[in-house]
Design a protein around this ligand. Structure first.
Ligand code: AMP
Ligand code: MG
Length: 412
């Protein structure tokens, strides 16, 4: 027997994602941002290093710089000066002599090894070395990290904090990044109220738009917030037209199902076109993708978990592509299931789960207790989706399943 929502003819999620991505074009336009404001932005132009990193041979330790062949003689070495980070020793180190050196200080001419200060005893300027010292010891070589002219990051990369560290180390102060696409957002439903306002009987708070606005700003997108719309075709028409004029894409929630007040899809069909509607996924079946005046339209289901799951699975890859990045699929892991999950073939399931690494059994995952598409507490407590493929049936305790750890904007 099929469950109420498995229907033949629903579009497999992989097809939905690739159909939708095939229609998404990167936005035109580049802007220059300072390095400190570049996290999360997508590089429009690749960046090369103008310098070697490290810029010159330097010491990895606090100690003494010397010539390694001097160590064959058992005689102490005479300290002839000091080399500090930022204040190098400028003379030449001749046989029989050494230089006191600090971490990061330039290696003086004539030296080829550093001995840690812990392996030395000093008697005035006479330095006694204990133990063997190998040539090249404790020296960081010029260019061993990056050489001048090397590409540091290519176009299309989303800038992370480690990227910032690398670029700053190479002396780069500004970056050319892709313009932020502007996303028009509204939620629709006569029952929806803004958090902070009071609720009348039958009202609920608009969690979808609030969460979507947060997700979009986390993804470094510009936002056109069109607010909460009533179930009124004229208002929906007017706001869709505004979004088409002012935004690069539209994300809405609610009004795409089959209820009598589900007008968003109907109005889109009248003003633009529906590319596809209804995806073989759970939650999220009523997802609609379309076009309006040349810009993409993503109609998320109203149910809050469905809205965020479809946003994550179908809209985030599209937004990445619009920003000039490339979506290469979500990283997945395999984990041992700690509780059985009932499922009927027909739709890809995105169960909310919590995974952890058990010292004896390895990676394990537990499905959250209640999986309804209105159960936000389960999504909020989850750290992964348990992805059960469209054709799979129920899975048992101990089965290995695919999990997708939640990444920004939904997790970690
Ligand atoms: P709909 O898709 O408009 O039929 O809505 C499906 C369910 O999701 C209904 O229970 C709505 O009340 C609820 N819903 C719709 N929009 C939102 C929203 N923005 N925030 C929270 N719940 C919503
Ligand atoms: Mg509604």
């Amino acid at each position: 027997m099929m469950d109420c929502c498995s229907q033949p003819g629903l579009m497999p999620i992989e097809t939905a994602r690739s159909r939708l991505l095939a229609e998404i074009k990167p936005v035109a336009g580049v802007e220059t941002v300072s390095l400190k404001n570049a996290v999360g932005r997508i590089l429009a132009v690749g960046v090369r290093s103008a310098v070697d990193l490290p810029p010159c041979d330097n010491s990895a330790m606090d100690g003494y710089a010397l010539h390694s062949t001097d160590l064959d003689a058992q005689a102490p070495l005479r300290q002839i000066g000091k080399s500090f980070a930022g204040a190098p020793f400028t003379g030449e180190v001749l046989p029989g002599t050494c230089v006191r050196i600090m971490t990061g200080a330039v290696l003086p001419a004539g030296t080829d090894a550093v001995v840690m200060q812990e392996h030395v005893s000093a008697d005035g300027d006479d330095i006694h070395i204990h133990g063997a010292v190998r040539r090249g010891a404790h020296i960081r070589r010029r260019g061993e990290d990056v050489s001048a002219g090397e590409i540091l990051l290519g176009a299309g990369v989303r800038i992370s904090v480690p990227h910032i560290a690398l670029l700053a180390a190479a002396g780069i102060a500004t970056l050319n990044v892709v313009r932020r696409p502007k996303i028009g957002v509204f939620s629709s439903g006569d029952e929806l109220r803004q958090p902070g306002d009071s609720l009348g009987k039958g009202d609920i708070y608009d969690s979808n738009r609030t969460a979507l606005l947060a997700a979009l700003s986390e993804l470094k997108l510009d936002i056109l917030d069109l607010g909460i719309l009533p179930d009124d075709k004229n208002v929906i028409r007017e706001k869709l037209a505004q979004a088409a004029r002012e935004a690069d894409a539209i994300v809405t929630s609610g009004g795409v199902s089959v209820g009598e007040a589900d007008y968003t899809r109907e109005v889109l069909e009248e003003m633009g076109e529906i590319g596809f509607w209804k995806v073989a996924m759970k939650p999220g079946k009523p997802f609609a993708f379309g076009r309006l005046a040349g810009i993409p339209f993503f109609g998320l289901p109203g149910n809050p978990v469905s809205a965020l799951v479809t946003f994550y699975q179908l809209v985030v890859p599209a937004l990445e592509t619009m920003q000039g990045g490339s979506w290469s699929g979500a990283p997945t892991l395999r984990a041992k299931l700690l509780k059985p999950v009932e499922k009927k073939p027909g739709r890809t399931d995105f169960q909310r789960g919590f995974y952890c690494n058990d010292p004896t059994t390895g990676l394990c995952v537990e499905p959250m207790g209640t999986q309804g598409s209105h159960i936000l507490s389960g999504l909020a407590a989850a750290n992964c989706f348990i992805v059960l493929e469209q054709d799979s049936g129920s899975v048992e305790t101990g089965d290995l399943v695919t999990i997708e750890p939640l990444r920004p904007p939904l997790g970690g």
